[in-house]
Design a protein around this ligand. Structure first.
Ligand SMILES: NC(=O)c1ccc[n+]([C@@H]2O[C@H](COP(=O)([O-])OP(=O)(O)OC[C@H]3O[C@@H](n4cnc5c(N)ncnc54)[C@H](OP(=O)(O)O)[C@@H]3O)[C@@H](O)[C@H]2O)c1
Length: 245
């Protein structure tokens, strides 16, 4: 993992991933996509972190393609891509408890950030994946996006958009090996992690194991580091166990 692209590098999990990747290999370059690069720079000052502005709801693949070319410069190749952007709630939306809470706007925004952004990013990154080294393409999904595992209902927009993200991963796991072998494209569940995204639910999550972002980054990098061509097209939990789609 020498040239790593992370979308959502401002988030709790994204920034912990970037910090650990930079700390564990002095030759590694991390390209980070975020909406506010100043905020990221305050947390990670390492010059091997190159940042570009990107908003999953508005940025196009063409704009992102130009940013990637600029950030990569002569390095030109990406060997690891991690999509760690995600939206569960903000001042305009909150996870639905029942169908009366269902709102088209929340569905559209959740799809844009939790699913479409990943597709846009891979579309823009394809020219940088055509090399012979092993590539890892990883979408940070969520267990609640598993259709088979859904026994509680609710959280319509988040669940549906993560299930769609999972389908995008499966689709790419068919196409990418044809175009840029050797590659492994997977979805990962990070485990419940302290972050702005999970903050409103900490009380209801009290019975669950809640990880720090640093522990989650460590767990995910263990899973990502162990990927090989056999793991292509699978959905892994933070401890390396496999989840049903
Ligand atoms: N925390 C958990 O317990 C948990 C559990 C399961 C899955 N996950 C998944 O893990 C991933 C990371 O979540 P987290 O816990 O680190 O949450 P977080 O700290 O809230 O980070 C979310 C990230 O998504 C970015 N984002 C939101 N809207 C965006 C947009 N329109 N365009 C581009 N980026 C946008 C945020 O950027 P800004 O800083 O600009 O807002 C931030 O970088 C998400 O996919 C989440 O669904 C988390």
């Amino acid at each position: 993992m020498k040239q790593v692209l992370i979308a959502g590098v401002s988030g709790a999990i994204g920034s912990a991933l970037a910090s650990q990747l930079l700390a564990t290999d002095s030759e590694r370059i991390v390209l980070g996509l975020c909406r506010n690069s100043d905020a990221v720079r305050k947390r990670i000052s390492d010059r091997r972190l190159r940042l570009a502005r990107w908003d999953a709801e508005t940025s196009t693949a063409q704009e992102l393609g130009r940013s990637l070319a600029q950030m990569l410069g002569n390095d030109d190749c990406l060997d690891t891509i991690i999509y760690a952007s995600g939206l569960l709630h903000d001042e305009h939306m909150f996870p639905e408890k029942r169908i009366e809470d269902f709102a088209a706007g929340a569905m559209a925004r959740s799809f844009a950030v939790n699913c479409t952004g990943f597709g846009t990013m891979i579309r823009a990154a394809i020219p940088h994946l055509r090399h012979r080294r092993f590539k890892r393409v990883v979408a940070v999904s969520a267990k609640v996006g598993s259709i088979e595992d859904n026994r509680f209902g609710g959280w319509y927009a988040y669940r549906c958009s993560k299930a769609a993200l999972n389908m995008l991963v499966r689709n790419l796991s068919v196409e990418l090996p044809r175009r840029c072998r050797p590659v492994s494209c997977v979805a990962v569940h990070p485990g419940t992690t302290e972050s702005g995204l999970s903050a409103p639910f900490h009380q209801s999550l009290a019975s669950l194991q809640v990880h720090t972002p640093e522990d989650t980054a460590n767990n995910l990098l263990g899973v990502i580091g162990a990927l090989n061509e056999e793991s292509n097209g699978r959905f892994f939990s933070w401890d390396g166990s496999e989840l049903p789609w």
